[in-house]
Design a protein around this ligand. Sequence first.
Ligand code: ZN
Length: 442
Amino acid sequence: MPSPLPWRDAALPPIAERFCRYAEVWTTSDPTSDAFPSTERQKDLGGLLVEELSALGLDAEMDEHGYVFATLPSPLPPAEADALPVVALVAHVDTSPDAPGENVRPHVHPAYDGGPVTFPGAPDLRLDADGQPALARHVGHDLITSDGTTLLGSDDKAGVAAIVQLAADLVRADAEAAEIGDPPPPRPTLRLLFTPDEEIGKGTDKLDLARLGADVAYTLDGSGTDTLNVETFHAAEAVLRIEGVGVHPGYAKGVMVNAVRIAAAFVEALAGDPAPETTEGREGYLHPHTVEATTEGATVKVLLRDHDAAAMDAKRDRVRQLAAETAGRFPGATVDLTISESYRNMRSYIESVDPRAISVAVEAARAMGVEPALEPIRGGTDGARLSEKGLPCPNVFTGGYDFHSRFEWNTVQNLERTLAYAHALVREWGVQSGTKADGATV
Ligand SMILES: [Zn+2]
């Protein structure tokens, strides 16, 4: 494998050049901070984005919390533009505190040959296709990594770069169309949003949704290519409260009912059920995650997760049945079960507000000749929170892999594919909405 090039020495297309510039800006967020944003340095990238978007002629601004907003108006006459939904494109500026993020120096490994990838700043570090199967699918790509001392920050500078490059491309295309007197291709008004503190779970905490003013949104924050995330788990938590009978062990015969044993029996009864450590993809699970127990009393907490509503109901029934069986085995104890809902699969929120958020995203991929993979997320996301708040928000791929680590990588070709998909998505909204507005095929 030839030595990687500092990115400035490589001839890169605009999206990759832009990505590397943003990657160099230190934007690590901090889960121990009470401030918002958690680190002021995130505003360094926010400020740069405001500058660059303003230079394109957009109304870019950063609010006091570090959210950057900008508008790319629809080129259609106002009456037609107003008939279209406003579509927001969202990416987060912060990088994960799980790996160093200061002094990121992107390097390009031209034409990856399938061998081990080395890092100029960390001679012992190896990225290997044996340990990372996705790498084997990128032979011939121009890989981008850090120098091995930091993460790369593709999560989510790749999304940031794709959105800004899309805006730059569309501004230029509008100007070129105007020059030759062509009618502009239909497209909705786009709202661009760059958020802080996503990596510490606070990305939407201070977001003013009215100020965003969007009807549909997409986060560009997914891994790999040609994948969309439109589903999260249905999530609930079961709390089993056990009251035993505690007496002095010396005089316990026939009297003591030990809550520790009851808690242990309940957890043991779950042993054959699907667990986080035995499941993947769309498989749900029951996850006993906390036990607090003394002889007198115990509490067992169990997470219930499933993408499917009916399977989720079955999991609730299963926990109720096990709680009842456990209670039956220990007469004299009081066993009380409560199950509370934590959140619902984002797909249910999206479909209740505007199912086109999904169907248009799928059609956009098909217009590129690709059948997108709809990969369920096994956790919460900013998009899930926005969807729950009434703004349907699927998540779109951005080309990267091995997030939150010094191995993190993307490729020039994957960044270009992400940008191409962003263009296709915007075009597809123009087409679909035209169909709907006219009642005729465009
Ligand atoms: Zn991310």
